[in-house]
Design a protein around this ligand. Sequence first.
Ligand code: PLP
Length: 407
Amino acid sequence: MSLADRFAKVRADFPILRRRFHGKELVYLDSAATTLKPEPVVKRIADYYLLESANVHRGAYALSDEATRNFEEARADVASLIHASPEEIVFVRNTTEAVNLAAHSWAEKNLSPGDHILITELEHHANIVPWQILAEKKGLKVVAARILDNGQVDEADLFAKLKEPVKLLAITGCSNALGTFTDLSKIIPRAHAAGVKVLVDAAQLISQKPVNVRELDVDFLVFSGHKLFGPTGIGVFYARHELLKDMPPWQGGGSMIAEVTLEKTTFNEAPFRFEAGTPHIEGTVGLHAAIRYFQALDFDDVRAWEHALLKKATDGLRGIPGIILYGDVPDKGAILSFNLRGAHHSDVGQILDQQGVAVRAGHHCTQPLMKRLGVPGTVRASFSIYNNDADVEAFLKAVSKARELLT
Ligand code: PLP
């Protein structure tokens, strides 16, 4: 079967793509914000509610045992997706909550006044703001490694900054605004050599490259289910077991305890110590179904397909006068960021919407990056497994129309 035939079958699993907006078939190019959900994932969630609904970890009956088994199998498969162990996987709401967990548990315990947290100019607000809040509270400092004009991290600057009193490097694996990758296999050993722990924001990376926490030797890694064809409200916090087992709880309540008296509580072991209250059970089984769906596709095929779309779209944009591309490097995720000279990104986004083309226009929750690039925002088109050549053609036609109308 050709790649086109294979991905035409994938597309058929996403009924939302048959909807029409403004009289036009939906062209969804905002997968970096959230991916669409295939039917098997939605069906799995419906099955949980219709046939399996029970709480986990506490029932004395078969239905609850089944729910617990399904919940823990989801944890095991999330672990195997990133080559971790199940006891290193904590379920959280999303990437944002995972970063906050790292900040308010590990970092709050292990960092002292005067210590620095190193980030980069590429980061999403989710990997900036939690560190600033903690810094304010504990007398720490957040410093940022610069980027080059092409949207890649300036490694010379980052390596120069990896020194006392930096204790943590919190860095994205793939920029959500530009699609540029960071070279983690080079950066992480340099950080460790300097005695610096590393947290990787894999919100975009997880769908763009295979992730192996053992090979990367990373300390913490975080991502969201909804950017990997899974439901919203479920995310993953990975921490190396040696670190997780000594991390203090950050939220108290049911399930995370060993024993409670009115005077004192002792806590459950990791990862349960970090999952207070009834978890997002349908979210975990939905994420499990999403991982199975994604793993049934060959990753090399996914890369080849998305990159052919990215290349066609990029080459097409280059042919339109007045286009300015950002993060325009050969090896990148399937994310395209641009502006039209003389036009505001929001106006471009609106005209694309009128043509049925859904893109993101704005700062992409990366205001410091936009400031560094000297723009208030960009237009971002991101491609995924359900897009096709016709989507790219509709996108290019819509951008040409925007140019006609706005410049
Ligand atoms: N980090 C990156 C690189 C992202 O792209 C996003 C979402 O756009 C986030 C963090 C935050 O993810 P969430 O909103 O799911 O917590």
